[in-house]
Design a binder for this molecule. Structure first.
Ligand code: COA
Length: 494
């Protein structure tokens, strides 16, 4: 092939532009020699289906500090940080071959729901035998929650949580999440989810191969526009994996994907559920499992080419045409499908997607109970205020019994009249240590200006009884006193 290529280039060299000629006749033979060496090298990563490059192209999905938390396991099981300078690493998946000789290609995710803590999870093979994969599973660093003012104390939430025992009672059947039935079926062991894939280097179990054939069948039936050979090629390609949905030992659905760990994304190539099992929530639950699986493997971006019939489904699974991943990360890595729309989905590593709808339900219930609690407190009758009868003229709003309990907080004062201006100026003086004499002079000027204002005549002298005989029946604190107060305030503490 090398000879054929070079002969062809040499024959065509005169038709080539000079820069192409240099490339093809000088650099290309050298590249071919290096490639040849690599191909025949016993330890060449070229034959490693799990090959991943570290360093030159850091995962574009991970920003800031998160990249520092990447932990990879090499073939000897040694953990290393993602910032390592090694040229490449192998992602070891199995350390203890099974007696049956079964490889690592099947990971059992069920029965039962995923534990909320992802860090301690270990999986077994399809045969249910312990193939610990904890090395591959990267703990998500605990993020300390910032305390926000007004946050409900954790103890209150814990108390409420104790009272939420029956999720079915929570918000009624009309609010049941799409994946609820599938989740219940999974916990009863009716359905199972397994990640399966072919391998060139390890023996693949018979069960995995049967499931791969089943998956190829489901995809071929549900995606009639895809050439069957193409589906078969990708499903059996060692670089692709498929999350299989098994019911009664039979494949009823699956999602075939290819992970690009160095690029920080995974491409979803086929996704289907057999016709008589559709619209039962299996498609949603499959996708949720796939999301959790990827978060455990530190990939938080999905890309897929969706045809016109699939756009609706993908949109409901959180995909959008607005791709968050930089183009440089995926261009050249995934094939463009004509007539299909590229859609992407960014995952939140702090969410356990298979538990998501359940958690949202619980949160809704907590909020409902908190509102009820608040309402109970608000219905409490507090004794009326008696201080005014004793001559008190003003009290702070927050000292009224029950006001604080409603959650009311004093707003920042918006000074609107000269009296308040005086008070706020006074507090400014106190806080900022202004010169009291200077302030006194300022206030005196303001007061003089107010007094000499055209509209200030009603406040200049007390109302005569002859002018309004019942005035003092209604006005308990007439202007005279207020004027005195204003003057007093001006000299207050100065
Ligand atoms: N267009 C729009 N919405 C769709 C849809 C479609 N083609 N297929 C499913 N949905 C909706 C469902 O109505 C449901 O919405 P709801 O929650 O508001 O009721 C939601 O998507 C998920 O339904 P769910 O029951 O979880 O999915 P499913 O088990 O039916 O599986 C598919 C969904 C797409 C995998 C399945 O319909 C299928 O295999 N289709 C044929 C193959 C295909 O088109 N695959 C996608 C491209 S690879």
């Amino acid at each position: 092939m090398r000879r054929q290529l070079l002969d062809k280039f040499r024959a065509e060299k005169d038709k080539m532009p000079p820069e192409k000629r240099t490339l093809v006749l000088t650099h290309f033979p050298r590249f071919l020699s290096m490639l040849e060496e690599e191909v025949y090298g016993a330890n060449s990563p070229i034959w490693d289906p799990e090959f991943r490059q570290v360093g030159s192209h850091s995962s574009p999905n991970v920003s800031g500090d998160r990249s520092k938390n990447f932990i990879f396991a090499d073939s000897s099981g040694v953990m290393s940080n993602g910032t390592s300078t090694r040229v490449f690493e192998k992602l070891s998946v199995s350390t203890s071959p099974l007696p049956s000789g079964d490889g690592f290609t099947t990971y059992n995710l069920s029965p039962g729901l995923l534990p909320v803590s992802r860090s301690s999870k270990s999986s077994s093979t399809a045969d249910g035998q312990g193939d610990k994969r904890s090395l591959e599973e990267v703990p998500i660093p605990e993020v300390k929650r910032k305390k926000i003012e007004g946050d409900i104390p954790e103890e209150t939430v814990a108390e409420i949580l104790k009272t939420i025992t029956d999720p079915k009672e929570m918000l009624g059947p009309e609010h049941a999440a799409r994946d609820e039935t599938a989740r219940a079926e999974e916990s009863r062991g009716v359905i199972e989810f397994h990640v399966v894939g072919n391998s060139l280097t390890r023996k693949v179990s018979k069960e995995s191969l049967i499931w791969l054939v089943g998956l190829q069948n489901v995809f071929s039936h549900q995606l009639p526009r895809m050439p069957k050979e193409y589906i078969t090629r990708l499903v059996f390609d060692p670089k692709h994996k498929t999350l299989a949905l098994i019911k009664d030992g039979r494949v009823i659905g699956g999602i075939c994907f290819r992970m690009f760990p160095t690029q920080g994304f995974s491409e979803i190539v086929f996704c289907a559920v057999t016709s008589n099992e559709q619209v039962k929530g299996y498609g949603t639950h499959l996708m949720n499992h796939l999301k959790d699986y990827h978060i455990r493997h530190n990939i938080i971006h999905f890309l897929t080419f969706a045809d016109e019939f699939a756009i609706g489904y993908f949109r409901k699974q959180g995909f959008s045409k607005d791709i968050k991943l930089p183009k440089a990360a995926y261009i050249g890595f995934i094939k463009d499908y004509e007539g299909a729309t590229l859609m992407g989905c960014e995952l939140n590593p702090r969410i356990v997607y298979t538990e998501f709808s359940c958690v949202i339900r619980k949160q809704k219930e907590i909020i409902k109970k908190l509102i009820e609690k608040q309402q109970e407190a608000m219905q409490k009758v507090y004794p009326g205020l008696t201080c005014f009868k004793d001559g008190v003229r003003e009290i702070p709003v927050e000292s009224i019994p029950g006001i604080k309990e409603t959650g009311w907080k004093p707003e920042k004062k918006n000074v609107s009249n000269s009296f308040e201006i005086c008070l706020s100026l006074h507090s400014v003086v106190k806080q900022e240590q202004l010169d009291p004499e200077q302030l006194y002079q300022t206030l005196k000027t303001i007061l003089t200006q107010i007094k000499s204002h055209n509209s200030s005549w009603p406040f200049q002298k007390p109302v005569e009884k002859s002018e309004a005989p019942d005035y003092y029946d209604h006005i308990k604190y007439p202007m005279e006193e207020l004027r005195g107060t204003v003057s007093d305030v001006c000299s207050l503490g100065l």
